[in-house]
Design a protein around this ligand. Structure first.
Ligand SMILES: Nc1ncnc2c1ncn2[C@@H]1O[C@H](COP(=O)(O)OP(=O)(O)OP(=O)(O)O)[C@@H](O)[C@H]1O
Ligand SMILES: [Mg+2]
Length: 326
């Protein structure tokens, strides 16, 4: 596993001591690292990353849950926003339907504030705004509203307002549905960047150009600051020639945008959601957990590069640093 670059202000973290844990018992996992929030003097807008691919079953939700857990494990304050009516991220994090008092539907329809929908998970520093099936009706209900594409951006506005007793999130990960519908457009209009999971299978690249076209459209009309954060290859099987061929093809096509980290196909990753746990909690030592921890390190490194790249030469913060979520 590669180590994060050493920054004198932010010394490297020890690897997080996480133990296997029964979420249903209500006890909290001990991850003994200094929270990043404590190192930030004034509240900053969180970095908002939409996890999107209109292809179904490519690992969007698995990445939202486990990248979120890995970022929290290294000290970030993370909010996952479940923007899929299937609610898999909510279920996979053990959020009982009875505890979804307000959902992302209530937030986007304008009947609740985002902070009212946020539920703390059993993982320290990881929260979620859960979804319910109601969300599938949102598109029709707001189709005539002028601000229909900006509902998520508006909802994110008051985050990190510095109110006592509220969390200052450093990362918001939006789990998108398998469609380029209004929900995904809302996520893209609110995001700083898009993270695209691609499954290592024959049709991996199918649909990627359509996704990138949508990102360009959103960028030119709704959200000029939007960038592609990166492409993460998922469910890789090293024994399968096809899987290896897909990695080579995607790297050739998309070059630097592809993260070095590849998420292997790992049965522990697929078992974990049925226990309502991230794989890092279910089995910290498995190859899937290790890969998601590496991905978190790479994302943080890429974030630093993106922010450095958007800084003006005179040292003023660039547009990315000023605009944030809203
Ligand atoms: N690395 C992995 N190893 C093994 N199984 C995996 C891995 N990643 C994801 N899966 C499994 O693949 C299936 C699809 O994953 P996931 O639900 O994350 O995809 P998705 O893109 O969110 O799907 P949808 O488009 O329906 O929202 C799930 O059963 C999940 O457990
Ligand atoms: Mg999903």
């Amino acid at each position: 596993m590669s180590e994060p670059a050493t920054d004198p202000a932010n010394p490297p973290m020890e690897s997080p001591p996480m133990s296997s844990h029964d979420i249903s018992s209500g006890d909290v996992i001990a991850i003994d690292v200094a929270p990043l929030a404590s190192r930030i003097a004034t509240p900053q807008p969180p970095r908002v990353i939409a996890i999107a691919n209109q292809k179904g079953g490519v690992g969007k939700t698995t990445t939202a849950i486990n990248l979120g857990t890995a970022l929290a494990a290294v000290g970030e304050e993370v909010l996952i926003i479940d923007l899929d009516p299937q609610g898999n991220a909510s279920t996979g994090l053990g959020i009982d339907r009875r505890n979804r008092r307000y959902s992302t539907y209530d937030v986007l329809i304008g009947e609740a504030m985002l902070r009212d929908a946020i539920v703390q998970t059993a993982v320290p520093r990881l929260s979620i705004a859960p979804s319910t099936l109601d969300l599938s009706g949102l598109e029709l209900e707001v189709s005539q509203a002028r601000d229909r594409a900006f509902r998520m951006r508006t909802a994110l506005g008051p985050l990190n307002a510095g109110r006592p007793g509220t969390t200052d999130f450093t990362y918001v990960l939006v789990d998108c549905p398998p469609s380029l519908n209004l929900l995904t457009v809302n996520a893209m209009a609110a995001a700083n960047a898009i993270l695209v999971p691609l499954q290592c299978e024959f049709f991996a690249l199918e649909g990627l150009s359509q996704l990138l076209k949508t990102v360009e459209q959103v960028k030119s009309t709704l959200n000029p600051q939007l960038t592609i954060h990166g492409i993460v290859l998922t469910m890789h099987d090293a024994r399968n020639n096809l899987s290896n061929q897909v990695v080579a093809d995607v790297r050739q096509n998309s070059g630097e945008k592809v993260y070095d980290t590849i998420i292997p196909r790992n049965v522990r990753v697929s078992e974990a959601p049925s226990y309502g746990k991230p794989v890092l909690v279910y089995d910290l030592k498995c190859v899937g957990s290790e890969a998601y921890l590496r991905l978190a390190t790479e994302i943080i490194q890429r974030e630093k590069e993106l922010l450095a790249g958007s800084a003006h030469p005179d040292g003023e913060p660039g547009p990315d640093q000023q605009s944030g979520a809203a």
